[in-house]
Design a protein around this ligand. Structure first.
Ligand SMILES: Cc1cc2nc3c(=O)[nH]c(=O)nc-3n(C[C@H](O)[C@H](O)[C@H](O)COP(=O)(O)OP(=O)(O)OC[C@H]3O[C@@H](n4cnc5c(N)ncnc54)[C@H](O)[C@@H]3O)c2cc1C
Length: 355
């Protein structure tokens, strides 16, 4: 199917996988990938890149399963892709039934006193919690993965970096796009994958009705050696995790930061005292010896939807502009499924002769 000329705005993990899926599935289409920066340098650059096989709704569980298979195939086809399988132990007060309703892989209770030993990190089990082993987890160097995906796309996709979209004007016959270079394009369709830049003047009015908001995300780095056999620990009830980042040689602790309505151009890359204090307080409940060692890390933000599910939807009456994002801090692990849904919306439009 020829989708015509499609501009993908935003070369993060979502936009780059959208571009890839279009040229793989509809090779007669012409695809342009536009980014105001170098590709992969938005939220994707700071991502912890953890995939856990779970979802709070049926749709997200389906998306999680689809994405897991996509990444497994990518790794099988390209063994040097920066995607690494990791064991995962979930600590929670939840019952087996509750966890089975959320995780898409079998959860196996691990009552062995050694469940938390020999896992690299010094984790203890709070009272009333159990340890559950879950398969299917992996993590990625998302920044490097996006670079690799886009490098592979270059023969088939026009990649324009350092080019900001300054206006986006959908109409009955096409979509007008103005660029910071002064150039003006008209394309048949647009996928808007702007990560946390929802407030950009070019599309702020188009995306405002979705009600998505921007939240800061903080992850701390811990200088603790990592062995290939170390496992990730998910502190399910806190929405936090400890991840052995073998490719960087240190551990990472992610907790839920509750700073809303931040501006991606203002949030900066530096931790402040409150970030460190809140992370240490959370981690001290599980790994008191590691908590004081959380003194560095990474900070950025992401777009969050009202429903808690990623947003993939048409923004104009003709269905020429599709938004793909607001993945609620799970944009790496759900990106392949988000991309697939965006492409499906265009396929439906073309079948309905909306061009
Ligand atoms: C610290 C941290 C830890 C995280 N950990 C995880 C995790 O463990 N697992 C997980 O699944 N997710 C995680 N996430 C979330 C995940 O990284 C994001 O959901 C994902 O990277 C979003 O991808 P994206 O393509 O939507 O956005 P981005 O990667 O932000 O890409 C958007 C792109 O749009 C471009 N752009 C913006 N405005 C314009 C314009 N006007 N013109 C042209 N281009 C424009 C930007 O330059 C950017 O490259 C984490 C995020 C952070 C910050």
């Amino acid at each position: 199917m020829d989708l015509g000329t499609v501009a993908v705005i935003g070369g993060g993990v979502i936009g780059s996988l959208v571009a890839r899926q279009i040229v793989d599935q509809h090779p007669d289409s012409t695809v342009l990938l536009l980014d105001r920066d170098a590709v992969g340098c938005g939220a994707s650059r700071r991502s912890a890149g953890l995939h856990f096989p779970r979802g709070a709704s049926e749709r997200v569980r389906r998306m999680s399963g689809y994405s897991q298979e996509f990444y497994e195939k990518l790794k099988a086809d390209q063994p040097d892709a920066p995607i690494y399988a990791v064991g995962m132990s979930v600590l929670s007060q939840a019952s087996r039934g509750d966890l089975e309703g959320i995780y898409t892989e079998p959860v196996r209770r691990n009552d062995s006193p050694a469940a938390l030993d020999a896992c690299g990190a010094e984790v203890r089990l709070p009272a009333d919690m159990s340890v559950w082993d879950v398969r299917g987890a992996q993590y990625a160097d998302v920044h490097r993965m996006v670079q690799a995906v886009v490098t592979g796309l270059r023969p088939r996709v026009g990649v324009r970096e350092g080019v900001r979209v300054t206006a986006l004007e959908p109409g009955g016959r096409g979509v007008g796009i103005s660029l910071s270079t002064g150039e003006r394009l008209t394309v048949d369709r647009v996928v808007l994958a702007p990560g946390p830049w929802l407030g950009a003047p070019a599309w702020a009015d188009l995306v405002a009705p979705m009600g998505a908001r921007i939240k800061k995300i903080v992850a701390l780095h811990i200088d603790q050696p990592v062995a290939e056999t170390d496992r990730a620990f998910v502190f399910h009830d806190e929405d936090a995790f400890l991840l052995p980042l073998a490719y960087r040689g240190h551990w990472l602790f992610s907790y839920t930061c509750r700073d809303w309505d931040v501006d991606p151009d203002q949030v900066g890359a530096d931790l402040d005292a409150r970030d460190v204090e809140r992370a240490q307080e959370c981690l001290s409940r599980y790994a008191p010896s590691l908590a004081p060692r959380c003194t560095s890390g990474r900070v950025f933000c992401d777009a969050y939807s009202v429903s808690g599910q990623p947003l993939v939807r048409r923004l104009d009456p003709d269905g020429r502009v599709v938004f793909a994002g607001a993945a609620n801090g799970s944009g790496y692990r759900l990106a392949p499924a988000i991309a697939a849904e965006a492409v499906q919306l265009f396929e439906k439009s073309v079948k309905g002769n909306v061009r």
